[in-house]
Design a protein around this ligand. Sequence first.
Ligand code: PEP
Length: 255
Amino acid sequence: MAVKKTKFVVGNWKMSPVSPLEAKKIAISIKKCASVLSKVTTVFAPPSIYLPLISRLCAKGEVKLSSQNVSIFKDGAHTGEVNAEMLKNSGVSFCIVGHSERRALGETDAQVSEKVNLLLENGIRPVICVGEGEHDHQGVYLEFLQNEIKNSLKGVTKKNASDIIIAYEPIWAVGAKEPMQNSDIHETTLFIKKVLTDIFGQEMAFSIPILYGGSVNMRNAKDIVMMGQVDGLLVGRESLNPIGFNSMLKEINSI
Ligand code: PEP
């Protein structure tokens, strides 16, 4: 009997590596490790130019494929855009939306919600990034988070909410030296569950996976998942280092 996959580890390769050959090497090494782990769903989010290559390498589904972005347009004449239907037809089953690096380029909550809805219509699970720029102790960041989540999920119904994944990425911890403290991760994910409960009701809210992202590496990953009580990780830099990423996958699988 197949063991239920319980944790998600999504590797966001961002704009690396610089050649298909290097992308292939990284993917092969991680796929080998991921394919024997029963309690982790491993997801690659390579640059879009490598999606067909990585899709062929992972055709048996040992590792799932994610895009790093999707067009806000459903179809039509839009030079340079890739729509949700194209992603679906190319073997993509997850898509990162609203990453802080894209929000910094001007992506709004309204655009994030349009993308989320187009992805859901096409059977692709959106990994919706949310997170505050500054973490104060008066709780102002909680109000920011609440608005960001509610606006980014506009139009998502209770019926298709089961396909969404939230990636909590405090912006100040992305690409930084240290992650957020585990107790703070736990506290904030509880708050996110409360916001999701307001929107979708408790049962649905508690079934939506919440990942943490921000300076995760092979040394801190297991503690973050256990003590932060999250359903997985969104990993930037360490996802391009097969030794570190594989070690992280094994640690999470052992929980
Ligand atoms: C990210 O870009 O989503 C991320 C979490 O990056 P890093 O792990 O490098 O902080």
